[in-house]
Design a protein around this ligand. Structure first.
Ligand code: CAA
Length: 258
């Protein structure tokens, strides 16, 4: 994989790791970082040897938001036409499941980046929030759309309109994160979860993610139709035959990702 200046990548088994690495700015999302992030994720997504991606930051910050110093001088036209955050839309559409392993701050675009992933695992040190109104803007990377879907309108409205930061246990209570673990265990827990996902059949996992995403983007009736068709399509896979034979034969399945 290419050398990146704002993040590190690593492959361990069938898991691709992306570690944001701009410590001087608490991993704030500048245009280089978002471009590199989309590129690293696209490379993992194109690799059949990768069954799950883990996105993480540092102990101090997953990401403290869009880079305010870079954004400050940009115009409305720059944002609308050049759209420096466009690569994050590509990132949010990768087929491979992405686990956000969050320690420290996940604020503004950082919280939105976590919500663009599929599972959010939080260290007990994690802090989430959408403080954009404090800066004279609104969330611009999904905060007004994904947060209400995750936690309900009224809680999301409180967080977006006040800019209040919440701790990991509140984030878990409202359904934003799937689990809170001690900070020292975050990466081990992420690796265990990612390895379990990556051991499954790749086309089945792609299909499961796509159907889950449909639940966020379509009506329930359309989503149910999509799920029914996708479920039927699974019966064309060798891995469906293998998974069910393995159950009958009381052994672990040996998926070939076909
Ligand atoms: N952009 C640029 N630089 C940032 C940054 C950001 N979002 N967040 C932190 N930094 C920089 C700081 O400026 C500081 O750099 P200097 O040492 O050069 O001054 C360095 O990172 C360390 O930060 P602090 O000294 O502020 O650290 P702290 O521990 O005192 O505070 C913090 C941590 C509460 C996270 C605080 O840095 C902060 O409030 N950051 C901004 C959070 C924010 O408002 N995020 C939303 C951004 S807007 C957005 O994301 C829009 C969108 O939806 C697209």
């Amino acid at each position: 994989m290419t050398d990146f200046s704002t993040l590190r990548t690593e492959v361990r088994g069938r898991v691709g790791w992306i570690t944001l690495d701009r410590p001087e700015a608490l991993n704030a999302l500048n245009s280089t970082l978002v471009r590199e992030l989309a590129s690293a994720a696209a490379a993992f997504d194109a690799d059949e040897g990768i069954g799950c991606i883990v996105l993480t930051g540092s102990d101090r910050a997953f990401a403290a938001g869009a880079d305010i110093k870079e954004m400050e001088t940009q115009s409305s036209r720059d944002m609308a036409i050049d759209n420096p955050f466009a690569p994050l839309e590509q990132f949010s559409r990768v087929r491979t499941p992405v686990i956000a392993a969050v320690a420290g701050y996940a604020l503004g675009g950082g919280c939105e980046l976590a919500m663009a992933c599929d599972i959010i695992l939080a260290a007990d040190s994690a802090r989430f929030g959408q403080p954009e109104v404090t800066l004279g803007v609104i969330p611009g990377l999904g905060g007004t759309q994904r947060l209400p879907r995750a936690v309900g309108y009224y809680k999301a409205a409180e967080l977006v309109l006040t800019g209040r930061m919440i701790d990991a246990s509140e984030a878990e209570r409202i359904g934003l994160v799937s689990r809170v673990v001690p900070a020292a265990d975050l990466l081990t827990e992420a690796e265990t979860m990612a390895t379990a996902i990556a051991a499954k059949s790749l086309p089945v996992i792609y299909a499961a993610k796509e159907a889950l995403r449909a639940s966020q983007e379509t009506t329930a009736a359309e989503g149910l139709r999509f799920e029914k068709q996708t479920f039927a399509a699974m019966f064309a896979l060798a891995d469906q035959a293998e998974g069910m034979a393995a159950f009958r034969e009381k052994r672990s399945p040996d998926f070939t990702h076909r």
